[in-house]
Each structure stands twice: as structure tokens, then as C-alpha cells.
Ligand binder design. Structure first.
Ligand code: MG
Length: 115
């Protein structure tokens, strides 16, 4: 098995974050998704959480985010801050979180809904 590198968003992907004005401290973990990525991590894949928290405000949310990932048990290779805020993400390798969980948990291979 060739280890895969997963770049994973945080808010709205592994935790609920209701509105842009909701404090990040009120984010709540989505446990089954965190468990899914933990399984990939334990299988040897690289799990990189990348967030745009603070990208508009300039506030450093890195300590809170690290604390939350630890409390939620989100295993990871790396936590990266500094993702640019965006409205649309266009990428030939991107999956919408609602479509992603087609990944084969043993091999890390994914299939896409559109060929
Ligand atoms: Mg998000």
C-alpha cells in the first residue's frame, strides 16, 4: 500500500460550525468523520488538517484549534493554519465532504461520483 496524503478541512468537515459568526470555541466534533480519518491515519496514511480559521480576521486560532483536535481525538500528521479563505475551491483532486466517504478504508483509494 502506498500511503496517501489527505488534506482535510476542519469547520463543516470534521466539526459543526453553524455560521461564520459562531465562535470556533463552540464547534462540535462530528465523531464518525473523525473516526474515519483516524482509521486512515492508523493505516499509515498522512492526515493533514488545514484550516482558514483567522484568515479574514487575522486572529491566531492555532492554540484553540490544536486543543480542540486533541480533545476530539483527531489523530493527525500535521495541523496547518493559513489556508486562504474562499467561497469556491476548484481542484481536480478535491472531494466534497458529502461525497468523500466512498474511500476504501483499507487501501485509502477513492472513487469519484463523476468519471
Ligand atoms: Mg470548512
Amino acid at each position: 500500500m502506498t500511503p496517501k496524503r489527505y488534506i482535510i478541512d476542519i469547520d463543516g468537515t470534521i466539526c459543526s460550525h453553524d455560521t461564520p459568526s459562531t465562535p470556533y470555541s463552540q464547534a462540535r466534533p462530528i465523531k464518525d468523520r473523525i473516526a474515519f480519518f483516524n482509521t486512515l491515519h492508523d493505516a499509515g496514511h498522512k492526515i493533514i488538517y488545514w484550516t482558514a480559521r483567522g484568515g479574514d480576521s487575522g486572529v491566531d486560532h492555532s492554540e484553540l484549534t490544536k486543543k480542540q483536535l486533541d480533545e476530539w481525538g483527531a489523530k493527525r500528521t500535521e495541523l496547518r493554519m493559513g489556508k486562504p479563505p474562499y467561497d469556491y475551491w476548484i481542484d481536480d483532486k478535491a472531494f466534497n465532504v458529502k461525497d468523500f466517504f466512498m474511500t476504501d478504508i483499507t487501501t485509502g483509494e477513492t472513487t469519484t461520483l463523476t468519471p
